[in-house]
Design a protein around this ligand. Structure first.
Ligand code: CMP
Length: 143
């Protein structure tokens, strides 16, 4: 079954949005396979955001994501990568529709509340960066 990596960013944790965000994915019907509250090191941030290295906002991005705890998650389900991206809304909260996480809670492109993998390749890479196999739980869920 498809898996994706989602992360409530430091602004979302600070603003007590973790519960609401987890609840949205639970209610949608996805299955939580792993989760942890953690502080990201600079090295992990630079690796996670490697594709943005060299962009003008890279230092701001690394500074922000390491500024406080994040809530890292792995979610599982049919088409979960694309569906989670829809539920998150556009990267810039100004363009995100009401009803999406960023549309409801975000204001700026830097502090946009949540990260989600954008492809099967990034999902696999990001899950591997943040979670060891023993932290992912396999179980069945009855619908
Ligand atoms: P995300 O898609 O999680 O990963 C890359 C992040 O870069 C993106 O969310 C934004 O939060 C951030 N980002 C993109 N463009 C800008 C920008 N112009 N200024 C600051 N941050 C940005």
């Amino acid at each position: 079954m498809e898996k994706t990596f989602l992360m409530v960013k430091p602004d979302g944790v600070q603003r007590d949005l973790v519960g609401d965000i987890v609840s949205r994915f639970e209610k949608k019907g996805f299955k939580l396979a792993g989760a942890k509250l953690m502080k990201i090191t600079e090295a992990l941030a630079e690796e996670h955001y490697a594709e943005h290295k060299g962009k003008p906002f890279f230092q701001e991005l690394v500074g922000f994501i390491t500024s406080g705890p994040v809530f890292a998650m792995v979610w599982e389900g049919e088409n979960v990568i694309a569906t989670a991206r829809q539920m998150m809304g556009k990267t810039n909260p100004q363009d995100a529709l009401p009803g999406t996480i960023r549309g409801d809670f975000g204001l700026t492109v830097g502090k946009n509340v949540i990260h989600g993998s954008d492809s099967p390749e990034s999902a696999e890479r990001e899950i591997g960066l943040f979670f060891s196999n023993s932290e992912l739980v396999e179980y069945s869920k009855h619908s």
